[in-house]
Write a protein that binds this ligand. Sequence first.
Ligand code: BGC
Length: 879
Amino acid sequence: MKRIISLISAGILLSNISLLAQTQKLRCEYLENPLGIDQTAPRFTWEFSTKQNPISVKICVDTDSLALVKGRNNTWISNNIASSQQLVSYAGKPLQSFQKYYWKLIDKNNQTLSAIASFEMGLLNSSDWKGAWISDSQGKEEKNAPYFRKAFEAKKEIVSARAYIAVGGLYELSINGQRIGNHRLDPMYTRFDKRTLCVTYDVTKHLQHGKNAIGVLLGNGWYNHQSTAVWFFDKAPWRNRPTFCLDVRITYKDGSIETIRSGKDWKTSESPVTFNSIYTAEHYDARLEKTGWNLPNYDDKTWKDVIYRAAPSTRIVSQALHPIRHTNEILSKNLKTFSKQNYVFDLGENISGVSSITVKGNAGTVIRLKHGERLLPDGHVDQSNIDVHYRPTDDKDPFQTDIFILSGKGEETFTPKFNYKGFQYIEINSSEPIELTQNGVKGYFMHSDVPAIGKITSSNPTLNKIWAATNRSYLSNLFGYPTDCPQREKNGWTGDAHIACETGLYNFDGITIYEKWLADHRDEQQPNGVLPSIIPTGGWGYEWGNGPDWTSTIAIIPWNIYLFYGDSKLLKDSYEPIKRYVDHITDISPNGLCTWGLGDWVPVKSKTPVELTSTAYYFVDVTILAKAAKLLGNQEDYVKYSALAEKIKKAFNQKYLNEQTGIYGAGVQTELSVPLYWGLVPEGLKPKVAKNLADRVAQDNYHLDVGLLGTKAILNALSENGYASIAYKVASQESYPSWGWWIVNGATSLYENWPIDAKSDISMNHIMFGEIGAWLYKGLAGIFPDEQGAGFKNIMLKPNFVEGLATFSADFESPRGLIHSEWEQKGNTVIYKIVVPQNASAKVQLPEGYKVKSINQKAISTPQVGLLSAGEYTLLIEK
Ligand code: BGC
């Protein structure tokens, strides 16, 4: 990289980049210039700029950036890639461990079309590792987080250095006293006994010619779960004292390589982190701080020897993901001082993450920081909505309560390293009087730091807030796997995740996290196809809650990834697992009806038979499987599973549909909307069923009467069948039960239950009811992917100019670039603005009764009949 930068500054590249504007956003494995890749055929993606029509391109890859600049022949030059394609997998000679590769795009005349990007391979073979798995000699019940250190001398001038660290547990890595990187809670949660993640850092600038020291602090994470709760994380089969394996690979100026590795020459000692639980909290005794512990000249004579440990699993896989980070610092909005020993801070917003306290006090002062989402009437923090599944065995590990013991050495700051919580309020209790002002405690929002790619604005402020709250809850529940809530559980509940998947994909570039999570699925699947309801799991969840209404994640998520990114890799990787899951359901549902499931979870009032919703999801899975079979060229499976889908549909309609009336079951909202949304209604009867749904909603006073599965379907079933204005009326309600009801009552995140004062199931940061975040893009802006041109090569634009909303605008950064859909209505006139990205086309379908009066267009490529090509359009529309 250094080399390229110097070339650019020397102006050598500039003569070559006349066409640079043409391609951009070069990504490898969906990441910008990633390190530590271990895919042997990494995927490359790019976007065309709006400056020129897309053309057929070739990819050149080389280990030498200069060779790439000069166009000499290279490690790999791909064949011509059709202009319509913006994704290709590497297919050259085998990529080598540790090697950095540069790549760019050229046209058929070898003219450069892009800037140069890079990717670097990590450790491809287990034999590439030099280090040993080490730990201290404590058992898994030991509470103190161990420090490890090694000092060494780099005898020559360093050109580059990489650290590769694989961990059972969590780590913080430092070199010469400086923390490496800004990741938090690394590595991400996996089934540690099946797959252990390795993180790669460029540590060149941290090392020096001469004396160096490497420090590692290990935390427990999900690997050594000491807190006890109803899901038995503490009984996970992999559970053990944290351990790590580290290689720091240094390349010297003379070309030689030295690897500083974890091994018996490391030393270990106790740290000031006296307790850490990802689930509950962290305890820190600043009196135990060892100043300079990770510096070269620190005296570690009293430190103990390390021991070798078995690797947690035999598979070490690169963590090629957007890391968890502190993404936002939040200052307290309010402080209530009960006494000098008792304060309550209010961040003004509900987040997942940690708090940080800065304070002065006497040595030995014990400060407790209790975190919660709400207050008791007397102004103290109330945890009764979130500690319900916690089963502590003593009082030493209070829920969501950090314990900080002061060293007494002036101003001190504490921020937990190996824990996160869900909270808005922090109550401080101190054993001695302390002075705290409003800036004394801050919050840090934490989550997988996936890039934001969507934006909604409208003339309805409540709707805008619902969108923001949905995104907040989505992110609060993204920690390398999707969770249900950041406080009570932190569980990878499958049902919550497939419901929220589109919300995630319209708003965030989340493919890397979903691909990782589906690998977790594959690690958890039983030979007979059964999957657990929480993934990853230490064993809980194979016996409860894992029917198709929840664990259809195995099919729905790969399918959505295909639709949104036009990338079939995840679908391919998931194909056999989907098939096994589907075949298992078929085994237990010979007549085509499936009773396995939880049903429409946390409904407002009406109940829908579990068999209705579970059979619908069984149908969804089989349909996806049939489509995947077709896409992947498996004709036999396509025929087989298409027939099975038909059989299920028939059985479903025979059991639940009254063909005379067009009513399913008792005709409540979920019963009508689920078959409509998921395509189970016989074609001719759709208008009748949709009319029944609209009437039902009117009878319910245009308010929701659904649970989890119904929320996925209800708004879409209405807006896709001619009742968008009714959908909007429901979506924008501000009285109970509705999303707006939460918002007008002060919510900044989505809740788990419709009544704000519900007695149970009342987490205040659940993504479960979050489909509305996707519906805004679909039901109002009308932006849909098209399976005939996945990845938004073909865009469906089906906006709805709904009653009661003056303006609406959606921006969505698709893999082909920005899609914009914005409308403003006055009386019978609508001004509709569209941006179609380069190399895509859009099919516009206006709601019934609307006609285009005029089009003002700046097309940037040749339009095809009936389609809008790339460009900007303003349509004047009349009713
Ligand atoms: C979780 C839900 C989850 C459900 C399954 C709850 O405890 O928080 O979001 O889907 O269990 O029943």
